[in-house]
Unconditional design. Structure first.
Length: 511
């Protein structure tokens, strides 16, 4: 139904879809100075259900955003998985979490998607348009135009399509979305339990007759999430019966069900994440760009990573209209190069995991161990992709294309170390000049922050009179002499043993 007073709104960025991916994109770009309109077909943030876990990498992102603490206060941590077969304990695993290095969130944060959406939407000042659906989209060399069912028109310099697996935007732009369907339909339930099972905050896989068709996920508010693989008709009662059967000889009752749904597993990746075969103004993110099974908790986390990867690119181009055309194209196209490759990897991992649920728990656990780096999020790498935003290089623990280690720095004049991620400013490159043989001449301080990092044994101030920020760190030796450039998405962009870091930054900034 059209509005009685149709409006025309012009903004820097149109975001279609108000789930976590769209909301985070809007929030980050808005903080970096862009005007944003978020168009969402639903009446508000998700009330119940959907995704249920934030992995380690996502927690790092949300710490930089400033909302992690709020979510930690509501959720529970989990870094252990166990297997029960025919009512008997078989194994317990946590080493893929506990073995993580230079990561301080060594766990899933179990928290429902509704809480994530509320946390993000509450920080977006203006520009949320709920209960409004896109009916038409077009683009030219100057702008993107979107029409809605309220009769409203939105014009923007860019558009992000985060409108889900059935994306209206993706379909309207005729972007391919191919893949497979393994013929598996899973049920999912959020319930409150009355049971004598030895309850603890860990993920439990229940094996019965050689198959692992039921998993129990601990949730906030003493709730339990169950994933159930059934054959034939799927009903809530059949799911409860299957859970009881898998958990025998323990008693299980269900005083209340908060949410119940079923989903057919689909595994698809868009043929491009940027319209007009990579040269357009519309960017796909989240489920609009890739879908897969929920096994391994990849969906929400991959969408959050898309938003974190895309927002700094769009914001840099929007805030610097003088940027060289070649740099603009390289920065934006690198989103497609990096994130589409990752999406295909995630789809492949999730496909392996979901197929292994019809085998013994030991095989499923083996698959989790093999793909643990994707499940934690810390193994998602852009190394070797020939991305224009990565310059192949490595020194010590820092490798271009890999997540930056969350190392400790002790700032000059302070005694308590600070973690690097707690010091990061989203939207800015972060330069770490390691050693004493560097003179940092930072031209674009609105786009770059920096620390001059020395060994802990170094004097407390070696650069008296300079304006560089000085820190000491345990990973630095007195012989070290190199420069690390960390991108705004907290991936290492370049590790320089000479002055090449300056050229890298000039090339990436293009201003």
């Amino acid at each position: 139904m059209g509005s009685l007073n149709p409006q025309a709104t012009s903004v820097d960025l149109i975001v279609v879809g108000g789930g976590p991916t769209g909301l985070l994109t809007a929030l980050l770009c808005q903080r970096l100075g862009a005007s944003v309109a978020v168009i969402h077909a639903k009446p508000g943030p998700l009330p119940l259900g959907r995704a249920d876990a934030l992995n380690a990498r996502t927690q790092q992102y949300l710490e930089v955003v400033g909302v992690l603490g709020q979510l930690q206060a509501q959720g529970i941590t989990c870094n252990t998985s166990s297997v029960f077969a025919n009512g008997v304990f078989k194994s317990r695993q946590s080493h893929w979490w506990t073995s993580l290095k230079h990561v301080w969130q060594k766990n899933f944060l179990m928290i429902g998607q509704p809480a994530v959406e509320r946390a993000l939407s509450s920080q977006i000042g203006t520009g949320l348009y709920y209960n409004e659906s896109v009916t038409e989209i077009s683009e030219n060399t100057d702008e993107v135009t979107v029409h809605t069912d309220h009769g409203n028109t939105f014009r923007g310099k860019f558009c992000v399509a985060a409108d889900g697996a059935r994306s209206t935007i993706r379909q309207s732009l005729n972007i391919g979305f191919t893949g497979t369907k393994p013929g598996m339909t899973w049920a999912v339930m959020d319930v409150f339990l009355d049971t004598d099972f030895p309850r603890c905050d860990e993920i439990v896989t229940f094996e019965l007759h050689g198959q692992s068709r039921v998993s129990w996920i601990p949730r906030e508010r003493n709730m339990a999430r169950f994933y159930i693989l059934l054959d034939g008709e799927i009903t809530e009662e059949k799911c409860k019966a299957s859970i009881k059967q898998h958990m025998m000889p323990y008693r299980v009752d269900f005083p209340a069900t908060e949410w119940f749904s079923a989903f057919e597993v689909k595994e698809r990746v868009a043929s491009t994440f940027i319209s007009q075969q990579g040269t357009g103004k519309v960017f796909l993110a989240g489920d609009a760009a890739h879908v897969h099974s929920v096994n391994g908790g990849q969906g929400l986390n991959t969408g959050i990573a898309d938003a974190f990867a895309l927002s700094w690119r769009l914001s840099h181009v929007l805030s610097h209209p003088e940027i060289k055309a070649s740099v603009k194209d390289a920065v934006l196209s690198s989103y497609d190069v990096e994130r589409r490759s990752v999406a295909q990897e995630v789809v492949n991992v999730a496909a392996t995991l979901v197929r292994d649920t019809v085998h013994e728990g030991s095989q499923y656990v083996g698959s989790i161990e093999k793909h643990a780096s994707h499940i934690t999020g810390m193994g998602i790498s852009y190394q070797g992709l020939h991305s224009p935003a990565i310059q192949d290089s490595q020194h010590g623990m820092f490798t271009a294309g890999q997540p930056c280690p969350d190392v400790y720095l002790t700032l000059d004049g302070q005694d308590i170390p600070r973690r690097l991620y707690s010091l990061a400013e989203y939207g800015k490159y972060l330069v770490l000049a390691i050693g004493t043989n560097h003179t940092l001449e930072i031209k674009h301080q609105d786009s770059i922050s920096w620390f001059h990092v020395q060994a802990e044994s170094a004097s407390r101030r070696l650069l008296a009179g300079g304006d560089e920020r000085v820190a000491r760190a345990g990973f630095v030796s007195t012989e070290d002499n190199y420069v690390i450039v960390i991108r705004p998405d907290m991936y290492v962009g370049y590790v320089s043993l000479d002055n090449g870091w300056k050229e890298y930054l000039e090339t990436m900034l293009g201003i």
